[in-house]
Design a protein around this ligand. Structure first.
Ligand code: PLP
Length: 370
């Protein structure tokens, strides 16, 4: 039997009875879009993150895009503005910016944490810079004290792409509660996953929350009165009901992820496999356990032969994608090198101890080709 990279089926099987009861509740209610389940999930998720407002939307990309769109409607952002973003992120962070006709300014990460490097962010700030989009990559909080200080000093919005970091916490403050607004994804493989697509915008800013609430629903606050040229991007009642069940177990799941990550960090001691560096345990929600290896493809094939699944997050950075030919003159050597070297090992709340030990033994047995 293969060690799965992540088994969404095993994850949800643990709560099958509760999920089925919640689904039955929605089916019997006869109300499927923007009803009581979404309102209740929004309250519960806002409380979990420690913020005033949460708005359920269609997915994580829409959550990011609607934050930017909301700030445009409030006059805080305009087309053509520059937004600083990590070069080494999932393409959604870039797409949300360009979809709003703004310009992503990618910067190199800090090599130890893979997260934004505040010094490089400061060097990239120019006269058109209006916001920093920070990504808590792989589940680890970025250096928020330094980035918040920069945002204040240069009067920039700080937007968190928290799609990988549900539950990461520092000094009592959770991912999503640091910046002006944050986007979450509930794609099934995320730390808090729905049984389909879903996302949320969280913020302390009542005006932004009001704009996003309208924009996700055809730009309407009162039925058939349209204040804005909005979109249709709503979390549905069924997914909200699923997420209400799973939110109760999120911290427990993260604790298990931490335990697995700790075992990997103790057990994998191989001169050619570089382990992820962590600032503090609680700041990492361990969405992904990402090692670096100069012979990444050989390591992945070796693991595959031993029945261990692994993935690459991500093989090609956004500025090297065909979709972003416009960024072809951008050179980010460290980002490009990381994309050639990173490998994500199996990690999830249902990974068993014997499977963790198999992964460790397989890594230890890797004979690096010259
Ligand atoms: C998953 C992810 C997104 C997008 O979320 P979707 O729900 O898939 O649209 C955005 N940013 C990051 C960093 C992600 O990992």
């Amino acid at each position: 039997m293969d060690v799965p990279f992540l088994s969404a089926r095993d994850i949800n099987a643990r709560y099958a009875d509760e999920l089925k009861a919640a689904a039955a509740r929605v089916i019997d209610s006869g109300w499927y879009v923007l009803g009581e389940e979404v309102a209740a999930f929004e309250r519960e998720f806002a409380a979990y993150c420690g913020v005033q407002h949460a708005l359920g939307v269609g997915n994580g990309l829409d959550a990011l895009a609607l934050i930017l769109r909301g700030y445009k409607e409030l006059g805080a952002l305009s087309e053509g503005d520059e937004i600083i973003v990590p070069g080494n992120t999932f393409i959604a962070s870039f797409l949300a910016i360009t979809e709003n006709h703004m310009r992503p300014v990618p910067v190199e990460p800090d090599a130890a944490s893979f997260n934004l490097d505040p010094d490089r962010v400061e060097a990239a700030i120019g006269p058109r810079t209006r916001a920093i989009m920070v990504v808590h990559l792989y589940g680890q909080l970025a250096n928020m004290p330094a980035l918040l200080a920069l945002a204040r000093r240069y009067k920039l919005l700080l937007i968190e792409d928290a799609a990988q970091a549900h539950g990461a916490i520092s000094h009592g403050c959770r991912a999503g509660a640091f910046g002006d607004a944050a986007a979450f994804s509930f794609f099934p493989a995320k730390n808090l996953g729905a049984l389909g697509d879903g996302g949320a915008v969280v913020t302390q800013d009542a005006l932004l929350a009001q704009r996003v609430a309208a924009l996700r629903n055809y730009g309407s606050e009162v039925k058939y009165r349209h204040l804005f040229q909005g979109v249709n991007s709503r979390l549905d009642e069924m997914q909200a009901a699923m997420l209400r069940v799973k939110l109760k177990y999120l911290d427990q799941d993260i604790a298990r992820r931490r335990h697995v990550a700790q075992r990997y960090r103790q057990g994998i001691r191989h001169p050619q496999i570089r382990l992820p560096q962590v600032r503090s345990e609680e700041q990492h929600a361990w969405h992904l356990f990402v090692v670096r290896c100069a012979q990444r493809d050989a390591l992945q094939q070796h693991l595959q032969r031993l029945g261990i699944q692994s993935q690459v997050h991500y093989p090609i950075p956004p500025h090297r994608q065909s979709a972003y030919r416009s960024l072809r003159d951008v050179h980010l050597p460290l980002t490009e090198q990381l994309h050639d070297e990173v490998l994500s090992l199996p990690l999830g709340p249902t990974l068993r101890d014997d499977e963790v030990e198999r992964v460790i033994a397989a890594c230890q047995a890797f004979e690096c080709p010259p």
